[in-house]
Ligand binder design. Structure first.
Ligand SMILES: Nc1ncnc2c1ncn2[C@@H]1O[C@H](COP(=O)(O)OP(=O)(O)O)[C@@H](O)[C@H]1O
Ligand SMILES: [Mg+2]
Length: 306
């Protein structure tokens, strides 16, 4: 594919499997996304299930199959949306026993640029995506391969058409997106679209309405921070009381929200190691001081999403 997309990822993939396994505290979102993708990439699977458990293809299945294959991952920064979207294909490929390809379109870096650019980009992306899916889809309706289109940082595009300041061009971009999603819903190909956004309220209601699922991501709770720190500090030798103190230090403060997952894994844990390197082992008092001196990522203004 041309430069509309970043490098695609083919699953199964051992790296993706590892990254997926490292995600903590988002099992519910993971399960729902995996099932949703399974059912869109292997459309006959739910009929098989129905026949097995109800001795018939239940009428409600038709409703399932009519859903646009769109999954919206929404929530705060650093909560695993991109990480999940870029690794879940591995689980799907292994369960459905078909190769799955992820086509990645990241809008965050694109800016609004020239007139027609966003619209053209989205239209081209959907066209190329459908083309790739058609090439690898079997004649019998049994999928030989699945394709996922990831639109990351989707708020750059799918902003509410109701937003006052929205330029004419942005609106056209949203319309192109809606058109693409509608066409996919009718094409009955083994394809799915995942959109990630930090501001679900900024996503156009017409796009939100089409989503088969809107999965919400939040900052880790006390228990989830404990799970991340326990895993991240394995082998360091902190006891339960010390871990609890770190969990406490990474929680909400007077004027600040608690740490995000990425604040823990990408900022705090590396800082702790770096502080000790190269001459001393990791010590609890230093780790705690670093946790206290680290500020959590500011909360994204979510907008007024449903
Ligand atoms: N639930 C999680 N469990 C463990 N690590 C996480 C989790 N969420 C995020 N991370 C870490 O933070 C990094 C950035 O997360 P990312 O998926 O980019 O966040 P988002 O897309 O929601 O802003 C991930 O690559 C991972 O290392
Ligand atoms: Mg992201």
């Amino acid at each position: 594919m041309t430069d509309v997309f970043e490098a695609s990822i083919e699953y199964p993939d051992p790296d993706a499997r590892k990254r997926l396994a490292q995600l903590t505290g988002i099992d519910d979102q993971r399960t729902r996304l995996e099932k949703g993708l399974m059912l869109t990439l292997d459309r006959a699977a739910i009929e098989r299930w129905s026949t097995q458990h109800h001795k018939q293809v239940l009428p409600l299945i038709a409703h399932f199959q009519a859903r646009p294959p769109l999954f919206l991952l929404a929530g705060d920064v650093g909560t695993g949306k991109t990480a999940l979207a870029e690794s879940i294909g591995d689980a799907v490929a292994r369960s459905a026993n078909i190769p799955v390809t992820l086509h990645r379109l990241s809008l965050g870096s694109r800016g609004s640029g020239l007139v027609g650019e966003m619209t053209q980009l989205v239209t081209t992306a959907f066209d190329q995506f459908v083309e790739a899916a058609r090439k690898s889809s079997g004649k019998t309706g049994q999928a030989k391969a699945g394709h996922i289109l990831l639109i990351d940082e989707a708020d750059a595009l799918a902003q509410s058409r109701e937003t006052q300041q929205m330029h004419h061009e942005d609106r056209a971009g949203v319309n192109a997106l809606i058109r693409g999603i509608n066409e996919l819903a009718e094409a009955r190909l083994p394809v799915a679209v995942i959109m990630c956004t930090n501001r679900v309220g900024a996503i156009d209601p017409a796009v939100r309405r089409r989503a088969a699922e809107i999965l919400r991501f939040g900052r880790p709770t006390t228990e989830q921070r404990l799970a991340v720190l326990r895993k991240g500090l394995e082998g360091v030798g902190f006891d339960e009381k010390q871990l609890a103190a770190l969990v406490d230090a990474t929680g909400a403060r007077k004027s600040e929200p608690g740490f995000t997952y990425s604040d823990l894994t990408q900022r705090l844990l590396p800082s702790i190691a770096l502080d000790a390197f190269p001459n001393t082992p990791i010590r609890f008092d230093r780790a705690l001081a670093i946790a206290k001196a680290t500020n959590a990522s500011p909360q994204f203004n979510e907008g007024t999403g449903d």
